[in-house]
Design a protein around this ligand. Structure first.
Ligand SMILES: [Zn+2]
Length: 153
């Protein structure tokens, strides 16, 4: 799946605008209807029409935000590990894998093996002391010193 700069497609943008415009038109109709009358029963009727307009526009915004949030969640799952896929059986192996401290030859920082910065890269495992001797700093994202193997601070 190619990464898009925005979590919404053109269809989502059109749906948002359609609901905002429809809600705005209904709101305007409600205002138009109530502004020409002094009878309370007529005003309440047109006020109800205006409330429906606000609800339609609000539904458009809620659908817009929910769609965007869902797309961001899917993209995040593609970048990071899905905790639901780690079963009870392979949890110890996964934990041991996470404690591994890795880096490529050219990296200035070393990482936990599960860090997204080293995902798919040809990394080599070494101790924290060996990485520091090679001039590498611990990664600020995955905090490899907190992973256990760390050693001296
Ligand atoms: Zn890292």
């Amino acid at each position: 799946v190619a990464a898009r700069p925005l979590p919404w497609s053109r269809v989502h943008v059109l749906a948002l605008w359609a609901l905002l415009i429809a809600g705005g038109v209904v709101l305007f109709v409600g205002w138009w209807g109530t502004s020409g009358t002094s009878r309370l029963s007529r005003q309440v009727l047109w006020l109800n029409v205006a409330v429906v307009g606000v609800l339609v526009a609000g539904a458009g915004v809620v659908i817009w935000l929910a769609t965007g949030r869902r797309a961001v969640g899917r993209r995040r799952l593609g970048l990071l590990h899905d905790p639901a896929t780690v079963t009870e059986l392979d949890a110890p192996a996964f934990t041991a894998h996470c404690r591994e401290l890795v880096a490529t030859v050219n990296m200035t920082r070393y990482h936990r093996a599960d860090c997204s910065f080293v995902s798919g890269k040809a990394v080599r495992s070494a101790s924290g002391a060996e990485h520091r001797r090679a001039g590498r700093q611990p990664c600020g994202m995955c905090l490899p010193e907190a992973a256990g193997e760390g050693g001296s601070r």
